[in-house]
Design a binder for this molecule. Structure first.
Ligand code: ZN
Length: 58
């Protein structure tokens, strides 16, 4: 059992159930949809640096 935050949209994802996952620099990231997975894989550094869109961060 586990929860992770989709680094693209900020949604909480069930790590056991989502088929959308990606390994980047030795860490596993989970996504709510194929769309988010594709977006992350296109530019992982951007999402890791800026965080999920729409989430407050400073
Ligand atoms: Zn998402």
């Amino acid at each position: 059992m586990g929860k992770a935050v989709d680094p693209v949209c900020g949604m909480e994802v069930d790590t056991e159930r989502t088929p959308y996952r990606s390994v980047y620099k030795g860490s596993v990231y989970y996504f709510c949809s194929q769309h988010c997975k594709k977006a992350f894989e296109k530019d992982p550094g951007f999402y890791l640096k800026h965080g999920p869109a729409g989430m407050p961060h400073g």
